[in-house]
Design a binder for this molecule. Structure first.
Ligand code: TRP
Length: 448
């Protein structure tokens, strides 16, 4: 069974070396595992909560997209997209908002910290707090639940949000699932072994401490930053203590075992800090120089990046669109046509159980095939008119063994070389195969 891994990157800044070692590099490594089905996205709706500078939002989305691609993310293997290109996400956010307990959100750390700050300053508790900040965890729950992610790699500060996603998803399942689990329960994945890099001053490398080393800006800027790494005042020739030097820690995060051993020995033998910084620069430049060039090539071709992200969005929406259709159905947001035809169909085909339900959309006609228990087995493609849609359902019912093709954890149904309908995305191959069995049963000729 494949494990679906999903994580979002808030697009407010420019990635630095600490983000690279702590999040980007391990995520790319994880995405190469054969049993991983990875979803990485730019959380640009989340960015709007923290930032009201449109230029900065725009710039950061571009830089983060280019960084991940330059760092080696293979977009054919993973699903890489912008949150704001998936309209199903804000729509699901609303469905979840309507079941999320306000009391649960009152307990969110980020919101509580803002309230505490206001209270300490003698202000109104909610001064300057937007509904965006308050609802942040619901939007994040929609990100995760939309794609039924099993694992969500995040920093420790985000564990609570993943727990809230479970809580909200469970509540939705309970209220609307009728015994069916719409949402998989996600787990936060905290990578213990991943490096938290020290910054120039030895504290954790972080934009808020202003102690970062830039990742892909330019060789000169990287060199300048390295020259500002704080060291002790031991002179060249005096022995240095590698274990108390964050310069050494930084070196180690990018070096092989042999390189680290050699560097350690040289420091113990009195290598000067100036030379040590030069060695660190050479190591980083060697490791990252090529990716830096590819980063700059990408940044110069924003239209190509746009195409890559649009393709990613299409891939994501192949899952999101039919799934959201099911969820809308579950909460009662159904076409009036569906409702009346369902009633009629239920009567007519009571013996058979499964039923076709056709409905109209702005751009044409479609149908769903629902199993006896109401589970959606198929959502058709769009047809120009109701007659064609009807002819297709007829052919499916009378056409003998259907042409079913699996595609990941979903499947498609074909007639005469054309794809006529898609299944929803199932949690795994087992669930998918069970649905294929129900489909065959539903389409098998009646024995009555
Ligand atoms: N809130 C996350 C952060 O700040 C980013 C994020 C948004 C995210 N949606 C997500 C992470 C969904 C994991 C899954 O780091």
């Amino acid at each position: 069974m494949t494990t679906r891994i999903l994580t979002g990157i808030t697009t407010t800044g420019t990635p630095h070396l600490g983000n690279y070692a702590g999040a980007i590099r391990p995520a790319i490594v994880a995405s190469r595992q054969s049993d991983a089905d990875s979803f990485y996205f730019l959380a640009d709706y989340h960015a709007l909560i923290k930032c009201d500078d449109p230029l900065r939002i725009q710039r950061s989305r571009l830089e983060i997209a280019a960084t991940w691609l330059a760092a080696g993310l293979d977009v054919d293997r993973v699903t890489f997209y912008r949150q704001s290109d998936i309209p199903e996400i804000p729509e699901l956010t609303w469905l979840l908002t309507c079941v999320a307990a306000k009391g649960l959100l009152n307990r969110a750390h980020a919101y509580k910290a803002s309230v505490d700050k206001n209270v300490d300053a003698g202000e109104d508790p909610d001064a300057g707090i937007t509904m965006g900040l308050f609802s942040y965890p619901v939007l994040m729950a929609a990100d995760i639940l939309m794609f039924n992610a099993h694992q969500v790699p995040v920093g420790r500060d985000q564990i609570q949000h993943v727990e809230m996603a479970r809580d909200i998803g469970q509540r939705f399942n309970h209220l609307f699932g009728n015994g069916k689990e719409f949402f998989v329960m996600p787990e936060a994945l905290i990578e213990e072994s991943v490096a938290t890099l020290p910054g120039l001053d030895g504290r954790k490398m972080s934009k808020s401490y202003d102690n970062t080393i830039p990742l892909f800006s330019s060789a000169k800027e990287m060199k300048d930053a390295i020259s500002r790494i704080v060291t002790d005042s031991r002179l060249p020739g005096e022995a240095k203590d590698p274990d108390n030097s964050h310069l050494f820690t930084l070196y180690q995060a990018f070096a092989s075992k042999e390189q680290s051993d050699e560097f350690r020995a040289d420091l113990l033998q009195g290598l000067g800090w100036g030379d040590a910084k030069q060695r660190l620069f050479q190591l980083l430049d060697g490791e990252l120089g090529e990716a830096r060039e590819s980063y700059h090539r990408l940044i110069e071709r924003p239209a190509d990046l746009e195409d890559i992200l649009q393709t990613g969005a299409q891939k994501a929406r192949r899952i999101a669109t039919p799934f959201l259709g099911e969820l809308r159905e579950a909460v009662g947001l159904r076409s009036f046509r569906t409702t009346t035809q369902t009633a009629a169909a239920t009567k007519k085909k009571a013996s058979k159980g499964a039923r076709f339900v056709s409905f109209r959309e702005d751009d044409g006609f479609r149908f769903r095939l629902l199993a006896a228990d109401g589970e959606q087995l198929l959502l058709s493609r769009t047809f120009a008119d109701g007659k064609t849609a009807g002819a297709v359902t007829k052919q499916l019912q009378q056409g003998g063994e259907p042409d079913i093709r699996t595609e990941g954890d979903a499947f498609t149904v074909w007639l005469e070389g054309a794809c006529v309908a898609d299944s929803p995305a199932f949690a795994d191959a087992t669930a998918r195969d069970a649905a294929i069995e129900s489909l065959k049963l539903a389409l098998a000729p009646q024995q009555d």
